[in-house]
Design a protein around this ligand. Structure first.
Ligand SMILES: NC(=O)c1ccc[n+]([C@@H]2O[C@H](COP(=O)([O-])OP(=O)(O)OC[C@H]3O[C@@H](n4cnc5c(N)ncnc54)[C@H](O)[C@@H]3O)[C@@H](O)[C@H]2O)c1
Length: 250
């Protein structure tokens, strides 16, 4: 029960990877604040977590809206007394050639994938600094490390998340706040299914290219997040760990 007594916030905790992370933390005893844009979905995951025998709080909010995020963070601190862990998991993209995108699309991609995690970090950081303890895990993407055709602005946003993580890690080390990234490779989620929907051969080609010969599962990502969010990772900060079955090695 590595997270017994810890209060953990997971954004985008309803679907796939976020859900895997939220349930993984709960199974290790964490009290989980379930952030998702959809209120019913946040409530259903919170109930599922309570059935595991720990506490949860449904926190419906849009991560790109700082007012909503500040409100749910205040409520979480009121309810649980502190915040130990923030996992910035929300991400969104639509795959298309760069030249087909417009400014509205760029703003949406940058807002959800880059500004959203920045807003969430800002919202929790004061309380983490006061308690001289905190673990922040940002979910980036290997596209932010090596690029990905059809994902130019998303890759830029995820690359931004990786750079933001490094600088925040440097600034926060004196407060014993660890800030790290997990960089999933292609994972078995609707997010990736949508990416390969128009090109069925892409899925098989991707699997063949992965040394482990399969897509990532939410649990693969969750296991790595749980490590970086735990005290086992106290001396690790500013790092990006790819969880990609060996597709990317750097
Ligand atoms: N699936 C992949 O192959 C893959 C690969 C690399 C990186 N990633 C990254 O992993 C993370 C999770 O991916 P996933 O496939 O599980 O995503 P997903 O789209 O299945 O789930 C995202 C969740 O976030 C919620 N959400 C969306 N916008 C929101 C907002 N503005 N505010 C609050 N909640 C919001 C959704 O309701 C959903 O529950 C993302 O950051 C994604 O970029 C995924």
């Amino acid at each position: 029960m590595k997270f017994k007594g810890k209060v953990c916030i997971v954004t985008g905790a309803y679907a796939c990877i976020g859900r895997g992370i939220a349930l993984g933390l709960a199974k290790q005893g964490a009290k989980v604040v379930v952030v998702d844009i959809d209120s019913d979905n946040a409530t259903s995951v919170a109930k599922e977590i309570e059935e595991l025998g720990t506490s949860a709080m449904a926190a419906p909010a849009d991560i790109t809206n700082s007012t909503q995020i500040n409100e749910i963070i205040s409520k979480a601190i009121e309810k649980f007394g502190k915040i130990d862990v923030l996992v910035n998991n929300v991400g969104w993209n639509k795959v298309q050639p760069f030249v087909n995108g417009n400014e509205e699309f760029w703003d949406k991609v940058l807002g959800i994938n880059l500004k959203g995690p920045i807003i969430c970090c800002r919202a929790v950081i004061d309380s983490m600094m006061q308690q001289n303890y905190g673990k922040i895990v940002n979910i980036a993407s290997d596209s932010g490390r090596v690029g990905s055709t059809g994902e130019a602005v998303y890759s830029a946003a995820k690359g931004g998340v990786i750079s933001f993580t490094k600088t925040l890690a440097r600034e926060m080390a004196r407060y014993k706040i660890n800030v790290n990234c997990i960089s999933p490779g292609p994972s078995d989620t609707p997010f990736f299914a949508a990416v390969s929907a128009d090109n069925p051969k892409l899925m098989e080609a991707v699997k063949k290219a992965i040394p482990w010969r399969r897509l990532g599962e939410p649990e693969d990502i969750a296991n790595a997040v749980l490590f970086l969010a735990s005290d086992d990772a106290d001396y690790i900060t500013g790092q990006t760990l790819s969880v990609s079955g060996g597709l990317t090695m750097m």
